[in-house]
Structure formats: C-alpha cells, structure tokens
Ligand binder design. Structure first.
Ligand code: GDP
Length: 417
C-alpha cells in the first residue's frame, strides 16, 4: 500500500536536467561526516549454552579481547539457578569511525536440568530495553536518546548434527518478533562438511515448520547485481556454521592465520572454504549492521510499541491515547497555548487600531476647527482691508465722508457748542 502511494506520488515528479553543478550531490558526504562525528551504537546479544564459544566468537568478530578467558563451568549443583544478563560495553574505532559496541551475554541459558523458562528473562530484558527507549522518546527533551535496544541476537546451536532441540525452538519462537535472530551452528569444526550441510537443512526445515522469522539481508528494487548476489550468498549460508579463535596458528604452507590447529590440519576462521565466519561478519558488521539497526527500530520496536499501547487500552490518535501518552498531551497543550496567545495578540491589535482611529478622528476635527477659525479671521481682516482702502481712496479724492459718519460728527459738534 505504502509502495503504491509512493509510486503515485512519484508519477507527478518531473525529471529535470541540471544546467550545472548545484551541490546536493555532496549530501551523502555530509551525512557521512555527521555520522562519523556522532559515532554509532550497536548492541548484540549472544545466547546459547555455556562452552559453545560465544565469548570467543565475539572476540574474533570484533578483533579485540572483549571477553577474557572464562573459568570452567562449576558443577551443576553449584551454578546459579537462573539465567543472568550481563552487558559488556566497548568503544572501538576503525579508520576514524567510532562504534560503541555493547554485547549482552546470557550466562546460564540452557545450563540447568530444567530449561523450560530459560527464554523468559531474556524476553524481559529485551522488552525492558524497548521500555527504556519508549520512555526516552516521551520525554520533553528528546535530544540525547540512548539506544540500548538489542539490534541482533546470535543464537548458538549446539553442533549435535541432529536437529534443533526443544529449547532452541522455544527460544526462537518466543523471541523472533522482538529481535533480529541470527542462528549460528557453534564450533562447526567439530562436524564434517556433509554433517554441516545436513544439519543446516534440518535446522531450516524446523525453523520453517514453526514459522520462525529469522533476519534476512534485505534487497531493494533497482539494486545492482553485485549487491543482490552478495545478499543471496549470505542468505544461502544461514544458519552460519562458524569457528571462532582469537589465536594465530601456523599453516603447513607457512602462513599465520586466526584458526584452530588439529593433528590433521588447520581450520582457518577467515577462510570461506573452511567455515561461514566471513559471511556472518558481513551480515552483522560489514554490510548489514545499519539494516539490523533499522529493522529493529522500524519493525520490531514499532510493533512492540503499538502492541504495548493497545494492551493498555490505547488506540493511536484516540483521546485515550493522548491521555496516556504524555508526548501527545504535551503537544496538545502547546497547540492550545499557542492558540490562546494568537487570540490575545489579535485582541490587542484590534484595541490598538480602535484607539488610533479615535485619535485620528479627533485630530481631524481640531484641524477643521482651526481651519474654520483661520478662515474667519482671514475674512475679517480682508473686510477691514477693503474698508480702509475705501476710506483712503475717498480721502485722496477729497470727497466728504459718508453721510452717516458726517452726521455723527455734526451731532458731536452740536453737543459741544
Ligand atoms: P562460552 O561459554 O560460550 O562463552 O564459550 P567460550 O568462548 O568461553 O569457549 C569455550 C571453549 O570452547 C574454549 O576452550 C574455546 O577455546 C573453545 N572454542 C571456542 N570457539 C570454538 C570453536 O569454534 N571450535 C572449537 N573447537 N572450540 C572452540
């Protein structure tokens, strides 16, 4: 459906040829620089019985001594009764790229007489990491989110050569919707090539029979042939039959390699003809680390989050959702607050405009009054001027004054006499 919508959108896009260099071709470099500066976080979990070579494989994968050599397992009676969850973190750097790697070990898994509930603490741990992420997402300040979610789970299968055990199936069934499962046949050097091939077939049949989803290298449309071939080749090796070793050994032809020496020869870790270590490393580190992180975020976490909210009686976008989801509530409060501010601003503007209009009207009125007074005075002065000029002309022409005025003079003269 999404693809359809995206396709429909694309059909409206007009392809244009650029007239010259614009510069957005540099975007991948910008992203690259930024990611390098920020560094990466990756969390891998290892699950499997003690002694299957989990610590050795992690050391081999990251070419560092993350795990010191282990003490031999104490007798069953002296072992703890529950599966423990232990994390080791390390900052590693390669060609200037920093990776904060966390490996989560699950000592005790499969080591008891009764292992029925061995998967439980592991599921709980994975979910609590989702919880912590959700809690951080809902915070007001979401700038510094630490991603402790498990991005891949290496599940170590004992090299029995038969088929999966009930414990393996139960674990994978419980976990496959919560984590990227990567099944591994441990210590593959203890099986012959034919045994490995048959064992793989049976494992895959069991996985299919129980509808267990294991992580597959994703392929996209328009991908080049080389990438597709690589993904196919990786997929064809699942479950990876691996050999781990953090020691260098001498080959009969005089090379020094990471491997395990036997009287009959040397098993080389990094030789694709000897085991699937190289392909596993490609899947986990070299080619699909980012895909593992993305699938964890976009699919596994998103499904868990939706389910969690639904189980709390919350449907997305309903009012209940807003009540329970603090982020949605905050957003709503912010919108309301902004609307209130906008209303206040509009009211203030209106009052201001009204006052301006009143003042303008008053000014206009006084201007008119001033103008009228000015005109009155001007008219009066004009009249005076005309009178005076009239008088002047009469005096100059020697004519007597107006009868009205002469009678007054006469009257005055009469009175005086
Ligand atoms: P963990 O308990 O699963 O962490 O197992 P370790 O990594 O401590 O390994 C247990 C023992 O198995 C050690 O003696 C390792 O040297 C040995 N070991 C580890 N990887 C391999 C492997 O691929 N093949 C063989 N034959 N032995 C291995």
């Amino acid at each position: 459906n999404t693809a359809n919508t995206a396709g429909a959108g694309l059909s409206n896009v007009i392809r244009k040829k650029l007239m010259g260099y614009v510069g957005f071709a540099n975007l991948p470099n910008q992203v690259h620089r930024k990611s390098v500066r920020k560094g990466f976080q990756f969390t891998a979990m290892v699950v499997g019985e003690s002694g299957l070579g989990k610590s050795t494989l992690i050391n081999t994968l990251f070419n560092t001594t993350l795990y010191p050599p282990k003490e031999p397992l104490p007798p069953a009676a002296e072992r703890p009764k529950t599966v423990a969850i232990e994390s080791i973190g390390a900052d590693i750097e390669e060609n200037g790229v920093r990776l904060h790697l966390t490996v989560v070990d699950t000592p005790g898994f499969g080591d008891f007489v009764n292992n029925d509930d061995s998967w439980k603490p592991i599921v709980e741990n994975i979910e609590s990491r989702f919880d912590s992420y959700l809690e951080q997402e809902n915070r007001v300040n979401r700038i510094k989110i630490v991603d402790n979610r498990v991005h891949a789970c290496l599940y170590f299968i004992q090299p029995t050569g038969h088929s999966l055990k009930q414990l393996d199936i139960e674990f994978m069934r419980r976990l496959h919707t919560k984590v990227n499962l990567i099944p591994i046949i441990a210590k593959a050097d203890t099986l012959t090539d034919e045994e490995v091939a048959e064992f793989k077939e049976r494992i895959l049949a069991d996985i299919a029979h129980h509808n267990i989803h294991i992580f597959q290298a994703p392929t996209y449309e328009n991908e080049d042939e080389e990438t597709l071939a690589e993904a196919e080749e990786i997929a064809s090796k699942i479950p990876f039959a691996v050999v781990g070793s953090d020691k260098l050994v001498d080959t009969p032809d005089g090379r020094q390699v990471r491997g395990r020496a036997y009287p009959w020869g040397v098993v080389e870790v990094d030789n694709e003809e000897h085991c699937d270590f190289v392909k596993l490393r490609q899947m986990l580190v070299r080619t699909y680390m980012e895909e593992l992180r993305e699938y964890t975020n976009d699919v596994l976490y998103e499904n868990w989050r939706t389910e969690k909210l639904l189980s709390m009686g919350v449907a997305q976008d309903s009012s209940v959702f807003k009540e329970i989801n603090p982020a949605a509530r905050l957003q709503e409060e912010r919108v309301l607050h902004e609307a209130k501010l906008a209303k206040m601003e509009a009211e203030m503007k209106m009052v201001f405009q009204q006052k301006v209009q009143e003042k303008e009207a008053k000014l206009k009125q006084s201007e008119e009054e001033l103008y009228a007074r000015h005109k009155e005075m001007k008219d009066a002065l004009e009249k005076q001027r005309i009178d005076l000029e009239d008088k002047k002309r009469k005096i100059e022409s020697g004519r007597p004054l107006t009868p009205e005025k002469s009678s007054t003079t006469r009257k005055k003269g009469f009175l005086r006499t």
